[in-house]
Design a protein around this ligand. Structure first.
Ligand code: LMR
Length: 336
């Protein structure tokens, strides 16, 4: 008799614990895990800032949050990572601004317009001001919350021949990111653009599937693209940057205090990112130079003017696709 009373009590307390566990939110049962997937190498501005966010988030939440960073397309390639985020298979990404149109948010392609930002100061006016905030809000109906803009830098062009004038691009197969504006830009130069995921770009250059590309020095160097591209032009014709985004349901489901702490960690990681982006690109240019694999060309003012003339019509061509209001607001903000 005594044993069965005891057994009943044990059973009751087991049930009570199980019920409490079932009623408790998932985060109460262990650390909240944020899978942060991205496509670049760990030693790029994005890779280093993702690691900094991890450190800050884990420290500031006293281990209540664990951030797992997956670089180098280890988990997903460009397009798949956006789908994975929407499905909740990962919680955080930082795709380049050129990759948002598959979500149906074409306004982000404004950042791909050639020669739209005269310098980083002009760019920050956009990303850190009202236009940037409005753009991030456009992601909400897609189940995504935008947390920050991260920087990379201005792009250079590469191929296995000197690219000094628009005519040098004639017929060249150029790898681009999945942006219609970049497609139009390459066509304006007479090239044949080919969309490839970032993880496929370096192998495609090596195997001759494409003949050239554009990217930032840090991306080119960390993917060893310079080893198979004999010429590079410092053209600074366009910008490459990121939006750090989270699954909206996940973000809104976090306990308020944790969400606020993570937002603070993100602000600090973002400030850090801005301090390293340009340096990483400058160092990458030096490393490419030192590798001796690639001739580096700098355009004369006359050559620059010719590149601009060839590419500027893209702004008018793409205005309707991107949204006239967005393009004009950016042009006004940067004083163009
Ligand atoms: C690219 O695909 O070239 C870039 O978007 C990669 C990146 O994330 O910087």
């Amino acid at each position: 008799m005594q044993i069965s009373v005891l057994a009943a009590r044990v059973l009751l307390s087991v049930c009570a614990v199980l019920a409490a566990l079932a009623a408790a939110p998932a985060w109460a049962q262990g650390p909240i895990v944020i899978k942060f997937s991205h496509v670049t190498a760990p030693d790029t501005p994005k890779g280093m800032a993702a690691e900094r966010f991890k450190e800050l988030a884990e420290r500031m939440t006293n281990g209540q949050v664990r951030v797992e960073v997956y670089p180098n397309s280890q988990l997903y390639k460009d397009r798949e990572e956006l789908e994975a985020l929407q499905l909740g298979a990962v919680q955080m990404l930082a795709p380049s601004l050129a990759k948002f149109s598959p979500l149906g948010v074409k306004e982000f392609e404004a950042f791909d317009l050639p020669y739209i930002f005269p310098d980083k100061a002009a760019l920050y006016k956009v990303t850190e001001g009202r236009i940037g905030a409005d753009l991030l809000r456009k992601l909400e109906p897609k189940g995504i919350t935008g947390l920050a803009f991260w920087d990379n830098g201005f792009k250079i062009m590469s191929a296995n021949k000197p690219l000094l004038a628009p005519r040098d691009f004639g017929g060249l197969r150029m790898r681009i990111q999945a942006s219609k504006v970049l497609d139009a830009q390459m066509r304006a130069l007479g090239a044949r653009p080919q969309v490839l995921a970032f993880s496929e770009a370096a192998p495609a250059l090596r195997d001759g599937v494409v003949e050239g590309t554009e990217n930032t020095p840090s991306n080119m160097y960390t993917q060893r693209m310079h080893e198979t591209q004999s010429h590079l032009t410092v053209s600074n014709h366009g910008y490459l940057g990121y939006a750090v985004i989270v699954n909206r349901k996940f973000w809104n489901g976090l306990p308020g205090g944790i969400r606020a702490t993570l937002a603070r960690a993100m602000r600090e990681a973002t400030a850090y990112e801005k301090t390293i982006a340009q340096r990483a690109n400058d160092e990458a240019m030096e490393q490419i130079r030192a590798a001796g694999t690639t001739t580096i060309h700098t355009l004369s003012p006359a050559q620059q003017a010719e590149w601009r003339r060839a590419m500027l019509p893209v702004v008018g061509q793409m205005e309707n696709r991107i949204g006239k209001d967005t393009v004009r607001a950016i042009l006004r903000e940067v004083g163009r």
